[in-house]
Design a protein. Structure first.
Length: 460
């Protein structure tokens, strides 16, 4: 019997292991090593940039439905910006680590490598998110929790498998996509670990309160073996069965996201008139402190110019503060005694908290956002209803398997070859279906919903 390890007596992770090369050979879940003609972490970044799942982020909502005139951010532009901030954080942290732990240089690690790890992980941080933003996650979960067609699958799944279905999590879906055999990505262990902000499965009975890394979960039931092998290779501490400490660079990936969505969502909200320019300037000024000059700001005439310079200055200051916080807490992070968001620990934390409060009240609960969320629930529930019913009839109620069902299932992607299923593994069937629907762009999901519901016809 394995005994849980107390977080007070954890062995400290070391950077020499945490930054080791290696990645999965997905044919047999073993470690694959590659040649050194190109940095392993540069390879990660390039593969992600050219991948179809990353490309699809251009038509996935960040916060706002895409307006006709004013440009706002999509998941793609947001991810690129988070990656840019992440690279800066990683390089600053890397310079500190190399000066503090000289053996890293002997290992061939550079500050650019550490920047590349954080940049690549940040590039993928939203890659598992479904259409229609975070409401899409709730829509998928709610289908299995409350919908009759979703509930009927429960008896065919284990408790752990059912926990995955009723708690859809974009972070876990992203890990699944990055380790999928047919993705072609083969991301390095270090980048995958930096990506995984919540290194635990969905069915953890009692998450430890106060630990940021246990707030959500980071991989589904069928990906546990992958994360376990990854953690063993990098020396990531397991604090109790199936629960690990974060890779330290995951704190920087999280911080890059926190910085960008706080500042960029405020900029978008002001651009769309949901937050006044005066109020936006006041909140940016709270971050900038002595660096803010109302006189210099007057030199910029247009609203977009004012917002752009304030955004750039604010992000620059937040990057420096966050890097300083990481450096201060680096040892505690490796011990596992520090487990909170870095942006909650920086001098600008109070200013960021006010931006968050205003954003919830005036941006995230604005009419366009709420309308998008309502539509997302309808569309995703409708798609899951149609496809899951047809699959259930095919494998578990053949007497009800109709011509309509057969027609619906022909719309599934080639990657989900139904000839590979015999009904003995309901979980695999549902995972394939959720992969298909969560991977859709907003427009494709809406278009397919209209067609399968008979609301519109192809070419109409």
């Amino acid at each position: 019997m394995r005994l849980a390890k107390s977080s007070l007596f954890l062995g400290m992770m070391n950077w020499e292991n945490l930054l080791k090369p290696g990645r999965f050979d997905l044919k047999d879940k073993q470690v694959a090593t590659l040649d050194n003609s190109r940095s392993e972490f540069e390879r990660d970044y390039d593969r992600i940039i050219f991948s179809a799942p990353f490309r699809n982020l251009q038509d996935k909502t960040q916060v706002f439905p895409l307006p006709e005139h004013d440009f706002v951010h999509t998941r793609l532009t947001h991810s690129l910006e988070v990656s840019s901030v992440g690279r800066s954080l990683g390089k600053i942290a890397g310079e500190y680590l190399l000066s503090t732990y000289p053996t890293l240089s002997e290992q061939g690690i550079t500050s650019a490598d550490i920047g590349a790890i954080v940049a690549a992980a940040a590039l993928t941080h939203d890659i598992g998110n479904p259409p229609f933003g975070h409401s899409g996650e709730d829509a998928i979960s709610d289908f299995f929790k409350f919908h009759q067609e979703g509930q009927q699958w429960k008896g065919h799944l284990s408790a752990s498998q059912w926990a995955d279905m009723v708690n859809f999590e974009g972070n876990a879906q992203g890990f699944r996509m990055l380790t999928a055999k047919n993705s072609g990505l083969k991301i390095s262990f270090a980048t995958l670990a930096a990506f995984t902000k919540y290194p635990r499965p969905s069915d953890l009975p009692d998450p430890e309160k106060g630990r940021r890394s246990q707030k959500k979960f980071g991989f589904f039931h069928d990906q546990l073996a992958y994360y376990s092998l990854l953690a063993d290779n990098l020396g990531i501490t397991e604090i109790r069965p199936q629960v690990w400490l974060r890779h330290p660079l995951a704190f920087l990936v999280e911080a890059a996201d926190d910085i960008c969505y706080s500042i960029i969502d405020l900029e978008d909200g002001c651009t769309l008139g949901l937050v006044s320019l005066e109020e936006s300037i006041r909140m940016f000024a709270a971050i900038l402190g002595d660096r803010f000059s109302e006189e210099k700001l007057k030199e910029y005439k247009g609203t977009s110019q004012k917002l752009a310079i304030l955004r750039a200055m604010a992000i620059n200051k937040l990057v420096r503060e966050t890097a300083d916080a990481f450096i201060e807490k680096e040892e505690a992070i490796r011990k596992g005694t520090f487990d909170q968001a870095l942006t909650d620990y920086i001098p600008s934390a109070i200013a960021l908290e006010e931006i968050s409060r205003i954003s919830v009240a005036k941006i995230y609960r604005s009419k366009p956002v709420l309308e998008k969320e309502a539509a997302g629930f309808q569309v995703l529930e409708g798609l899951l209803d149609v496809f899951s019913k047809a699959l259930y009839h095919k494998f578990y109620q053949p007497e009800l398997y109709s011509g309509q069902d057969k027609s619906i299932l022909r719309l599934l992607p080639e990657a989900m070859d139904l000839n590979e299923y015999d009904g003995s593994d309901a979980y695999a069937i549902l995972r394939g279906l959720v992969d298909f629907i969560s991977g859709m762009t907003d427009k494709y999901a809406l278009s397919l919903y209209r067609k399968v519901k008979g609301i519109s016809l192809p070419g109409a």
